[in-house]
Design a protein around this ligand. Structure first.
Ligand code: TGC
Ligand code: FAD
Length: 388
């Protein structure tokens, strides 16, 4: 009897009842709401972000591992499993949840004032307000320490000037968490979208993450009251603390895209006949399937181990790098190998594989490129920093 790839590893036996139940709810949401529509959203580069945010909010998936302020307060492992199921649908969907919960909401939850938390978090958890996270700039992606966006004081107000680039959901966001240099240190600011001088032109002509909005943020002398400052974040450690959260989600999420590619390929190879018999019966196909299954299962075991470490408060940033690097690198390899098994059919939107492969190019780059994670691991191994 054929078995699904992760069943070979008996992964389900490693999950609690609650974790399995959460994963099942998200899998059903993806099956009912995303799978029937995703090819069209991707092809046309349009996605009903606001509607999806409300639906994800009503399922309790936004900021789900945060506590209080309307957040579900699940385990980090459950959050990872939700990311996996969402990314099995599309990386863009997981991006929406990552940016909302792990970046924008986490920044406010971890570093914000009580007033900022009360004002934004319940609406963001419900998906009524969408958040974005502006760290990257046109000339400073991997090296955010060089950022030029500047916040100066004018009386008790702040005036922000600069440009952020490649910002997920920038043009649809109700609130942007923007990181800026001040005379003192890098600080974070909560910027409501309607503030004069703030605009977010959408970036078009993307060949990856087409079911996700990506924008610039332009800050042209944006005047903010003193209480827009996130009081708890000072220095680059502020935004990097948020990245740990989103990178952790990707350590699970990318494996969802890989699982979807592999399951699609198994089904295809079972029915596609070449040289008079099913493709699945050829040794070459089985070698590919076995190797991909092994990488998927190993990635899953690593992700779950990181989840357990995070839930016990022991997860270190360099361990998050291990997970993010491995999951995305293996997922993109699996997507490309699966594509070969589908032959020409693999390049179309009739199957999810090419879409996942193209999405994973972005996932390989955002939240720290593979090279940045390799260097982070290299630093942990040698004690020598090789970034500059
Ligand atoms: P460095 O001198 O090492 O550190 C500066 C301060 O930060 C602390 N730190 C961390 N804190 C928490 N978590 C981490 N992972 C941290 N890494 C470092 C560090 O202890 C220090 O603190 P303090 O108190 O001493 O000041 O910084 P560096 O300038 O050498 O840079 C290090 C490097 C290259 C690893 C870092 O800049 C980096 O991670 N670069 C990659 C940038 C990145 O990942 N950008 C992502 C933008 S957001 C995004 O892509 C969203 S896509 C989401 C989606 O759509 O799903
Ligand atoms: P660069 O930093 O210019 O890197 C180019 C190449 O040089 C890479 O291969 C990199 O690994 C390599 N490199 C850089 N430094 C070193 C080094 N020291 N040693 C060796 N190699 C090095 N950012 C946000 O702030 N918020 C968002 O919501 C967001 N969403 C995104 C959505 C999408 C679809 C994409 C594609 C990006 C998004 N980003 C976002 C930006 C993302 O974080 C950056 O693209 C990423 O950090 C890399 O920066 P860069 O593109 O400027 O590449």
């Amino acid at each position: 009897m054929p078995q699904p790839p992760l069943a070979l590893f008996d992964i389900d036996s490693l999950l609690s009842e609650e974790e399995s139940a959460i994963a099942a709810v998200v899998r059903k949401f993806v099956a009912d709401r995303v799978r029937p529509n995703i090819a069209g959203w991707y092809e046309h580069g349009t996605v009903p972000t606001r509607e999806l945010a409300r639906e994800l909010g009503s399922l309790g998936l936004l900021g789900m591992h945060l506590h209080g302020y309307g957040c579900a307060g699940t385990s980090a492992t459950a959050y990872g499993l939700a990311c996996l199921e969402l990314e099995a649908g599309d990386s863009g969907l997981r991006s929406l949840v990552s940016v909302q919960g792990s970046l924008a909401m986490f920044a406010i939850h971890q570093h914000g004032s009580d007033e900022q938390k009360r004002q934004w978090l319940p609406r963001m958890a419900a998906g009524e307000a969408i958040g974005c996270f502006g760290l990257t700039e046109p000339d400073y992606g991997s090296n955010p320490a060089g950022m030029r966006t500047y916040a100066r004081r004018d009386g008790s107000d702040w005036i922000l000037s600069g440009t952020k680039m490649w910002i997920t959901n920038g043009s649809v966001a109700d609130v942007a968490v923007v990181w800026a240099r001040t005379d003192d240190a890098i600080r974070g600011f909560v910027v409501p979208a309607g503030t004069p001088g703030f605009s977010a032109p959408e970036i078009t002509r993307k060949m990856s993450l087409r079911a996700s909005i990506t924008s610039e943020l332009v800050l042209d002398e944006v005047r903010l009251p003193a209480d827009a400052l996130l009081p708890g974040a000072r220095g680059l450690a502020g935004p990097l603390s948020c990245l740990n959260e989103a990178r952790f989600g990707i350590a699970f999420g990318a494996l969802g895209a890989a699982r979807d590619c592999l399951e699609t390929t198994l089904a295809y190879a079972g029915q596609r006949e070449v040289f008079g018999r099913p493709l699945a019966g050829f040794q070459t196909t089985q070698l590919k399937l076995a190797d991909m299954t092994l990488e998927l299962g190993k990635g899953m075991l690593l992700a779950l181990h990181l989840g357990r470490l995070k839930d016990s408060g022991r997860l270190r940033p360099e361990q998050v790098s291990l997970g993010k690097l491995n999951a995305v690198r293996e997922a993109i390899g699996i997507a490309r190998e699966c594509r070969t098994i589908l032959g020409a059919a693999g390049i179309t939107l009739e199957y999810p594989i090419m879409r996942h492969a193209a999405n994973l190019e972005s996932v390989l780059t955002y939240e720290g490129t593979s090279e940045i994670h390799q260097l982070t691991i290299g630093h942990a191994l040698t004690g020598a920093k090789a970034f500059r």
